[in-house]
Write a protein that binds this ligand. Structure first.
Ligand code: GLC
Length: 719
């Protein structure tokens, strides 16, 4: 049959299925809590959170059913196949986004796909395309930051990496654009609470990344937990039918997040019964249900009573079967995992090397007073201090070993193949430089207090490297925060070290921006390393000692104070006084697009191809950038636009393009940007994307700060 056309094979199998078998294909259950009954009695066609021997056991069980339809396995491999021991663990999405490097992000996804598919798993619930604007939210680390253009382009790169050229390739897996949509813009940063977003706001600032993913062929979408303006996303026909499947012509599968359908009854209280919830969800465009145990029986009742049409089920089942055929599952491809393949694929050297490259490019140099970095050869004794200096679990962050998302509190500890900051510094220093270490305190105060010991150890050192940040109980779903200050006794620790007078290099191992004004003032240097993955310590050490010149730039703004949130760069104007009465400086602590280097860059001669264009015309913007220092570097040149007068309020600036430019010492290049007409468009009150005549400010430079930008004004003339 493999030589038959795909559609014929789908129809042939479909016509042999009972209604119950069809409904089973719409169900995805948690494979860790049993599978036999789900398969033999409910014909469940997909499981998640399963790896190891269980994969083959479940597939074997499915192969013995009447039609033997293979099971589709999904997992959250969101920064590498990071739940499976031995896998390559990359930096978090937020860390990776600081590289502004699309091909590197694609490489990370490709390696992840290779390791996931080797395990007999077919689907990763990645990329996250949420826009991080409320930093109290627990899942900021899973996002590509606060800018919708970056998120869209990086999301497409991940989809390319995961899905490759064809889903049938041995290494290709299904990507999943999530969480659709507006999930990160919930009240108070509270995970899964209601999002107060209008359709115009969604179309302007939250949907473009999902549209890009849909149009780039992303195979699946995950529907967000929360409600928008009173309607749960799983029951939102405007989102699922009108936009996703209608305007964007998405032909893949829309699956709910974890038990969304049950939450419509038990948390959002918009349905009195499960049958009502199933009916609302299926009739609004939901196609698969993740981890809703009551779903198969409720859907059977809904179909039999006519609340859900058989045609709806038939259309969805055919889409799911088509995906399984495209993946090659019916040819036995990627069905059973082979321990030998796993052994030689997971965590292999070339993958580790790529993880190191990712970690290096994700590091952002936030401060470097008197060029204290890179550390000079005169340094003979460094003292490494802090709770995150030698903690593999904190370093990997969420959706990895020990994170609650998968109850992976297994005995297996990733320590063996994770290079911590302390480990990286020790490896780099060898016997040439003495390295002392003291943890000092914990991220969350557990009574550990070695603050005096740490200060004592620092005395007599040339440099104190203080590694601070956050860790799992402060990160992730259900771990939103009210304060972004350093937790526990971290401030006491670093202030005690500061009193010794020894210069301080702060290294941040953290999931999200923190409000750290004291560190900005009193550290001699600050390295932002995020959750840098398994080679994070090696990367930090290579940057500290100047083996690599840091090139990362922030894709998310740092707040001066938690109460300042939201602090993202592309604000809508209109705030009286532009500051809080009790926070005179209304600016972020570190702005979007900011990042230092061991060299310096100079921008000159911004110019445009035309000063007046017509609506529908593009524009070329050029600018000179020169490396004025004595170290080779990579500068991320950014291009922003502001519509100076518009029919609706628009952001004070908006990123429209960027380029990573390699510049040798004293080298100058002229950088050209080609702006397409839609760079000048806005969503008007009729929800249409329009280009309005008028004046536009074009800005280019090294960050979103005015002082880092050169600008020119152009006009879009009335036709
Ligand atoms: C979680 C998350 C989602 C994840 C899914 C499966 O609750 O919201 O991002 O993919 O459930 O683990």
């Amino acid at each position: 049959m493999a030589d038959q056309p795909l559609e014929k094979r789908v129809d042939d199998l479909f016509l042999r299925m009972t209604l119950e078998e069809k409904i089973g294909q719409l169900c995805q259950m948690d494979g860790r809590i049993g599978y036999e009954e789900w398969i033999t009695k409910k014909h469940v066609g997909s499981f998640l959170h399963v790896y190891g021997d269980l994969i083959n056991k479940i597939q074997l069980c499915a192969s013995k059913t009447r039609l033997g339809i293979p099971v589709l396995f999904g997992i959250d491999a969101v920064h590498g196949n990071a739940f499976v021991p031995g896998s390559t663990v990359f930096p978090s999405q937020l860390g990776m986004s600081s590289s502004w490097n699309l091909s590197l992000i694609e490489d990370m996804a490709r390696i992840t796909a290779r390791e996931v598919s080797a395990c007999g798993i077919h689907w990763t619930f990645s990329p996250v395309l949420c826009v991080s604007r409320d930093l109290r939210w627990g899942r900021v680390d899973e996002t590509f930051g606060e800018d919708i253009l970056l998120i869209g382009e990086m999301g497409k790169a991940m989809v390319r990496g995961y899905q490759g050229q064809k889903l049938g390739e041995p290494e290709s897996i299904l990507a999943c654009a999530k969480h659709f949509a507006g999930y990160s813009e919930t009240q108070g940063g509270r995970d899964a609470s209601e999002a107060d977003l209008s359709k115009r706001k969604l179309l302007s600032g939250f949907l473009p990344a999902f549209e890009a993913a849909a149009k780039s062929g992303c195979a699946t979408f995950m529907i967000a937990y929360q409600s928008i303006d009173g309607i749960p996303c799983s029951a939102n026909a405007w989102l699922l039918e009108e936009m996703l499947k209608g305007e964007w012509e998405f032909g893949g599968i829309a699956i709910t997040d974890w038990n969304n359908i049950g939450r419509m009854v038990n948390e959002q209280f918009v349905c009195a019964t499960m049958d009502e919830a199933v009916m609302k969800a299926l009739n609004a465009g939901t196609e698969m249900a993740m981890s809703t145990p009551e779903f198969p029986d409720a859907l059977l009742r809904c179909v039999k009573s006519g609340k859900v049409k058989t045609e709806t089920i038939d259309r969805i089942v055919k889409k799911i079967l088509r995906l399984k055929f495209e993946l090659g599952l019916f040819e036995g491809i990627k069905v059973f995992s082979d321990k030998n393949v796993i052994e030689k694929t997971l965590g292999r050297d070339e993958h580790r090397q790529k993880a190191l490259e990712c970690a290096l490019q994700s590091i952002v140099l936030l401060k470097n007073e008197d060029s204290i970095l890179p550390l000079s050869d005169s340094v003979k004794r460094v003292c490494v201090i802090g709770p995150n200096a030698d903690d593999p679990v904190a370093q990997l962050g969420d959706w990895s070993f020990h994170s609650e998302s998968l109850d992976t509190k297994t005995d297996w500890h990733p320590g063996g193949n994770i290079v911590t900051v302390l480990g990286g510094i020790r490896n780099r220093c060898g016997t040439r430089i003495a390295v002392e270490y003291c943890k000092g305190c914990s991220i969350i105060d557990d009574g550990l207090d070695e603050i005096d010991d740490a200060a004592e150890l620092v005395r007599g050192s040339d440099i104190a490297i203080v590694v601070l940040g956050d860790t799992l109980p402060l990160i992730g779903e259900t771990h939103d925060r009210v304060s972004l200050d350093l937790s526990g006794k971290q401030m006491d620790l670093v202030q005690s070290v500061h009193k010794t007078g020894v210069p301080i290099i702060t290294v941040l191992i953290n999931s999200k921006p923190l409000s750290i004004p004291w560190l900005k003032q009193y550290s001699n240097a600050i390295i932002e390393a995020w959750n840098p993955g398994m080679e994070g310590g090696t990367a930090v050490a290579q940057v500290l000692f100047g083996d690599v010149n840091p090139s990362g730039k922030l894709t998310i703004s740092f707040p001066l104070h938690s109460g300042q949130i939201p602090v993202y760069y592309n604000q809508i104007p209109g705030w009286h006084a532009h500051r809080y009465a009790d926070l005179p400086d209304g600016k972020p602590l570190f702005p979007f697009g900011f990042g230092l280097s061991y060299t310096t860059y100079k921008y000159e001669n911004i110019s445009v191809s035309k000063n007046i264009i017509k609506p529908g015309e593009g524009l070329t913007v050029s600018i000179d950038v020169e490396n004025t220092g004595n170290v080779d570097g990579i500068e991320i040149v950014q291009l922003y636009i502001r519509d100076l007068v518009s029919s609706v309020t628009v952001p004070i600036m908006q990123l429209k393009d960027w380029k990573r430019v390699e510049l040798g010492q004293n080298e100058k290049k002229r950088v050209d940007f080609s702006l397409k007409p839609n760079a000048f468009s806005l969503i008007n009150t009729e929800l249409k994307a329009v280009i309005e005549p008028g004046f536009f400010e074009i800005m280019a430079g090294g960050s979103s700060s005015k002082e880092d930008l050169l600008s020119v004004v152009i006009e879009i003339a009335e036709v």
